[in-house]
Ligand binder design. Structure first.
Ligand code: SME
Length: 151
């Protein structure tokens, strides 16, 4: 199962690289969100960008989401503060999780690093419990490295 997922992400990464090759940050993030939603079937997937002391909603695919998240708040603000990927197998067990939708059950947030600073995060939510693993973390981090080159 893990190898099927690995193969899917490898293909997707090739597609995304060519899709965003000549684009700036906003169209790149918009098409990456669309490609991830389509290929991975996430409930919600998108970007939050550092804007002073908070994260502001960026390009995404899925239901309406909260537009501002403070530093250290929720899964996104924690990934920013701790500068690391956070996998949440069950959102109800993550203290301070921000529930944009009651349907979301598990989540992964990956920071976008530029010269060691977090400039944004990539957030994906699933309606399934325990949907995300180290394969997701590895490929979503690769996508974040690609996005960081657009800033
Ligand atoms: N659950 C996130 C908020 C963003 S939504 O999932 C789109 C959090 O706790 O930071």
């Amino acid at each position: 199962m893990e190898s099927v997922k690995y193969a899917m992400y490898s293909q997707l990464l090739i597609r995304i690289r060519s899709l965003v090759a000549t684009d700036g940050p906003v169209p790149s993030m918009a098409n990456i969100a669309a490609a991830l939603k389509e290929a991975c079937g996430f409930f919600w997937v998108g970007f939050y960008l550092v804007d002073g002391d908070r994260l502001t909603l960026g390009p995404f695919q899925g239901p309406v989401a909260c537009s501002q998240i403070a530093f250290g708040q929720g899964v996104c603000g924690t990934a920013w503060k701790e500068r690391r990927t956070i996998i949440v197998p069950d959102v109800e067990r993550f203290p301070g999780h921000i529930a944009c939708s009651a349907l979301s059950r598990s989540e992964i947030v990956v920071p976008i690093l530029l010269r060691g600073q977090v400039v944004g995060v990539l957030d994906a939510d699933s309606t399934e419990l325990d949907r995300f693993d180290k394969v997701d973390a590895e490929f979503l981090a690769e996508i974040c490295r690609l996005v960081s080159t657009k800033f």
